[in-house]
Design a protein around this ligand. Structure first.
Ligand code: AVI
Length: 311
C-alpha cells in the first residue's frame, strides 16, 4: 500500500465511524509541522516554554542521574534547543541517536548537532519511532555505559492510555536494565488555561487543525467546503484530556474516494487528544508498563513535568 492509499483508507475509516475521527498523525505534513512550530511560539501555548524552563532549572540533577558516557536516544528529530541544552549539560555523552521519519528533519539534526558537538558520535536513524526499531540501528561497539531514551515535549499525551503503555514498555526495552527514560509530560491544570492553549487567540491552532481538511482536498481530491468547519478545543473531564474537533457550522458534506459523508450542523470530526497528567497519574501509567518513576521535576511555574523512569 502506498502512503496515499494508507491515508485514504484511514480517512474513509475515520469519517465512517461514530463519532467521526481523523488520525492526529496526519496533522503533521510540512505545512502542519510549520504551524505546530508557530503554535509553540504563541503566548497561549505554554508547553514549549515550560519544558525549556524545566530543562534550565533541573539540568544539573538530570545530568547527575544520567552520569558520564551515556548513549542518548531521542524519539523525534532533536535539532531543537532542548536537545542542545541536554547534550551540553551532560558529562561526556558517548553518542546521540535521533529517530525521525522525516529525512529532511533528520539531516538537519545530524548536520547541526555534529557541528555543535564534534566529540559526540551522532547516529541518526530514519524510522517511525512508534514502530519497532531494528536493534542493530541502536547498538554501539563497545556498548555505552547506559542508554537513555529522551522524549521531551509531551508527545506521550497524544497517545491513548493503552497505546501509551505499549509505547512506554517498548522504550523500557530499548533503555535496558541499566538505562532510563527521560520523558516530558504536560500537567493537569485549570480547564480555562488548557482551552486557551489549544484555541489560541492568534488562531494558529485553528489553522493547524483546519490544515487537515486542506490536505484531504489537495492530496485525496476531496470535495468539501472549508468554511463549513470550525476548530474547537474541548476538555473531556472523565478522560482528563483536551480534544481538538472540526465542527460543522452548518449541514455540509465531504465527498472523497467515491463516498459521501453528510454532516449535520454541530456534528464534529475528532482530530486529536492531548491527555493531561498529575505526577501521581503519570507514575501510575508508567507502573502499568513495568517502569518506576524515580524522580519528577516541574518547571518553576508548575505547568509541565519531566519523569525519570527506570525499570
Ligand atoms: C505534539 N503535542 C505534544 C502537542 C500537544 O500539546 O498535545 C500537539 C498540539 N496540538 C495542538 N496544539 C499542540
Amino acid at each position: 500500500m502506498t502512503a496515499r492509499e494508507r491515508f485514504l483508507a484511514d480517512v474513509l475509516d475515520g469519517l465512517s465511524s461514530r463519532p467521526r475521527t481523523l488520525p492526529c498523525k496526519y496533522l503533521y505534513d510540512a505545512r502542519g509541522s510549520e504551524l505546530f512550530e508557530a503554535i509553540c511560539e504563541t503566548d497561549d501555548y505554554y508547553v514549549t516554554r515550560a519544558d525549556l524552563a524545566l530543562h534550565e532549572a533541573h539540568l544539573g540533577r538530570i545530568s547527575e542521574l544520567i552520569g558520564p558516557e551515556a548513549h542518548i536516544i531521542e524519539f523525534g528529530s532533536g535539532a531543537g534547543i532542548k536537545t542542545r541544552k541536554l547534550l551540553a549539560g551532560l558529562e561526556r555523552p558517548r553518542a546521540y541517536t535521533p529517530i525521525e521519519i522525516s529525512a529532511a528533519a533528520l539531516r538537519a539534526s545530524e548536520r547541526e548537532l555534529s557541528a555543535a558537538f564534534p566529540d559526540i558520535e551522532i547516529r541518526a536513524v530514519r524510522a517511525d519511532y512508534t514502530r519497532p526499531i531494528a536493534a542493530e540501528d541502536l547498538s554501539l561497539d563497545p556498548p555505552a555505559r547506559r542508554r537513555v531514551v529522551y522524549f521531551p515535549g509531551s508527545t506521550i499525551s497524544n497517545f491513548e492510555h493503552q497505546d501509551a503503555t505499549g509505547f512506554l514498555e517498548r522504550m523500557g526495552r530499548i533503555a535496558g536494565p541499566e538505562g532510563g527514560i527521560l520523558i516530558g509530560v504536560d500537567l493537569l491544570k485549570p480547564v480555562d488555561r488548557l482551552i486557551r492553549a489549544y484555541d489560541d487567540s492568534e488562531g494558529v491552532t485553528a489553522r493547524f487543525n483546519l490544515n487537515l481538511l486542506i490536505r484531504l482536498r489537495s492530496e485525496l481530491n476531496a470535495e468539501l467546503e472549508l468554511d463549513a468547519f470550525a476548530h474547537e478545543a474541548r476538555f473531556n473531564e472523565p478522560f482528563r484530556r483536551i480534544e481538538m474537533h472540526l465542527v460543522a457550522r452548518r449541514d455540509t458534506a465531504i465527498r472523497l474516494g467515491g463516498k459521501e459523508f453528510r454532516l449535520t450542523a454541530g456534528e464534529s470530526i475528532h482530530t486529536e487528544n492531548s491527555h493531561k497528567y498529575s505526577a501521581p497519574d503519570f507514575k501510575a501509567l508508567a507502573a502499568t508498563a513495568g517502569l518506576r518513576s524515580a524522580e519528577v521535576w516541574k518547571d518553576p511555574a508548575k505547568l509541565f513535568s519531566m519523569h525519570w523512569l527506570v525499570p
